[in-house]
Ligand binder design. Structure first.
Ligand SMILES: NC(=O)c1ccc[n+]([C@@H]2O[C@H](COP(=O)([O-])OP(=O)(O)OC[C@H]3O[C@@H](n4cnc5c(N)ncnc54)[C@H](OP(=O)(O)O)[C@@H]3O)[C@@H](O)[C@H]2O)c1
Length: 265
């Protein structure tokens, strides 16, 4: 029997690369992202490229409180089961806290935290009942320290990483059939950069950056191996043992230095 994956934010960037990975492997797909022509085009493109799979598409704004439940109701109404949930939809904001539009930050907090929590709760009950399932969280390397000039975004990703790792350990302790993988990608040039107004930021082209395909490969491998955490960079696994020994003020200083570069006045 075919497996099914629910991917939020599957219309571009990491989410779209994962849609291709799972579709190639023969998974049926539940695809959700913001409504618009880009979403419709992606749905058409996937249906054309993978005629052997079924696709349930639902364009909706997951930052709205009721949206995760609406998405879940659609899945249930169609009598689909979910084997894998990829909590991927998210965006970032860049700048001094007081200069960022508060409504935009609140929308980001709703999407990056509340929607992730709500969908995870819905999927967990469903997967426990079916005695099988895997949940993937897309956090960020921004989750490892406070990030001046990306303060709220970094904090949302610290929530995602902490929640994902804690859930992994809870489920492991009770020998749950549901497993969890938390991903911490580095900066990669996707629509994320434009949405955050970071076209001028040095973050996405420097030696610390990566690309969508490398990250999608690492996520796929992490899913196959049921890894606890995946950090898809070559440098972090090398330097991580040393950075843990650094005072937090130094890692904050390093983040601040990078994030302040080319910040518009
Ligand atoms: N790019 C990076 O440097 C980077 C690094 C670390 C972690 N991440 C994380 O990786 C994830 C994917 O980012 P990406 O780089 O692939 O960015 P992306 O190309 O901008 O993709 C974001 C996806 O989320 C969807 N989305 C945005 N707002 C939404 C909303 N309110 N409701 C439903 N869907 C919404 C977008 O839909 P539309 O296409 O319709 O807008 C798109 O499909 C995010 O959680 C991001 O925080 C990114």
């Amino acid at each position: 029997m075919k497996k099914t994956v629910l991917i939020t934010g599957g219309s571009s960037g990491i989410g779209l690369a994962l849609v291709h990975r799972f579709a190639k492997a023969g998974y049926n797909i539940v695809l959700s992202a913001l409504p618009g022509t880009e979403f419709d085009e992606v749905v058409e493109q996937i249906l054309r490229a993978y005629p052997g799979i079924e696709l349930l598409s639902h364009p909706l704004d997951l930052s709205k409180t009721e949206a995760p439940a609406q998405l879940w109701t659609l899945i249930q109404d169609n009598q689909w089961s979910i084997d894998v949930l990829v909590n991927n939809a998210g965006f970032g904001t860049w700048g001094e806290v007081q200069r960022i539009d508060a409504e935009t930050d609140l929308e980001m907090i709703n999407l990056n935290i509340k929607a992730v929590y709500s969908l995870t709760r819905l999927a967990l009950d469903h997967m426990q009942e079916r005695k099988s399932g895997h949940i993937i969280f897309i956090a960020s390397i921004a989750a490892f320290q406070p990030n001046p000039y990306m303060a709220a975004y970094g904090a949302t990703k610290a929530f995602v990483r902490s929640f994902g790792l804690a859930l992994y350990h809870e489920l492991k302790e009770k020998k749950s059939p549901v497993s969890v993988t938390t991903i911490c990608p580095p900066a990669i040039p996707t629509a994320f950069q434009k949405v955050a107004g970071m076209e001028q930021s040095a973050l996405f082209s420097g030696w610390l950056s990566s690309d969508v395909e490398t990250v999608a490969n690492a996520i796929w491998k992490g899913y196959q191996k049921k890894s606890r955490q995946v950090i898809p960079t070559w440098y972090l696994p090398l330097v991580a043992p040393f950075t843990r020994l650094l005072p937090e003020s130094l890692s904050i200083w390093m983040a601040k230095r990078t994030l302040r570069k080319n910040l518009p006045d």
